[in-house]
Design a protein around this ligand. Sequence first.
Ligand code: 5AD
Ligand code: FES
Length: 363
Amino acid sequence: MLDRRDILGWLTEGRECRLEELWARADAVRRERVGEAVHLRGLIEISNHCRRQCGYCGLRAGNRQLPRYRMSDQEILDCVRQAEAFGYGTVVLQAGEDEALTQERVGDLVRRIKADAPLAVTLSLGERTPEELACWRRAGADRYLLRFETSNRELYERIHPPPPGGGGTAVHRFELLRVLRELGYEVGSGVMIGIPGQTWADLTEDILAFERLDLDMIGVGPYIAHPATPLASDATVAPAPAGEALESSQVPADELTTYKVIALARLACPRANIPSTTALATLNLAQGRETGLCRGANVVMPNLTPARYREMYEIYPAKACVRETSDDCHRCMSGRIRSIGRVVGAGRGDSPNRLARQESDSR
Ligand code: 5AD
Ligand code: FES
């Protein structure tokens, strides 16, 4: 158990010798609670259309420079087949909030995948209605990812303009996470690190929220400015005035802070599945993924998106794996896992946190 003061203390700790203790604790808890296996999730970026205007995201509707694509069902099913051939236990279908991904289409797609392959299906399709989420769960979807991005409501609302039909508030997103839980999904969420305007106190609250939400999966990564978004030129972020408490100063969007958040997420939610993310790999192509895996993470998400679409899924610039093929990413990830003495996970790699919750609920 960590309290607010411990979390803030670790987040702002600068001494390497002290941080070694945090890395060691996170790694020990990871080993004890989720083991040595690193689970592979095949990521399929099925559409880059989006109706929203998130201030940080390159897929925002207002980015007219971005060519848009939508994969066909057949293309998606081909990727699923490839996931199976690589031995992945899970496919993740991710997209912007694309209105062409209707309740029926996604429902049919999930049913076809589940009928074809013994894989877990994770959806990451943005804020959708409770009816849609219920329909997809009935169709067989196992997990849903929806990051809350920041628990600071004012900051949240600054970077997430509401869509025409309602929604778009921090409260709404937390409410959707509750709906997902009630529908029986394995629930994943997380935040970006170093959003302009995010303070150490905010990030501390984010980690406390991971624990309060009892998350099954936690994905975090550094914020990376995209030049075609308003946040990239945000002038609202002034350095904290001299004399201001450290906790109200800006969080840097850097590698070290990302490791701290991964490690603290592991301590806050010992049995959660935690990926070492692509955004982290983008900051350190040589060692980012491995270092994340050694400081609390136990999942990686090799990209399965067909090569011709990859560069169009430009959430942020210079994203890792854009020039590689699915084969390249498969080999690369397996090699990286072995290089640190860990093993590639077999099977679906369900969240031990959800299994534990189910057991305690049935008692
Ligand atoms: N930098 C880093 N991460 C980003 N995401 C979106 N835009 C950016 C960016 N500019 C993250 C968000 C989203 C996930 C799919 O990608 O956290 O939930
Ligand atoms: Fe894609 Fe390493 S995982 S190139």
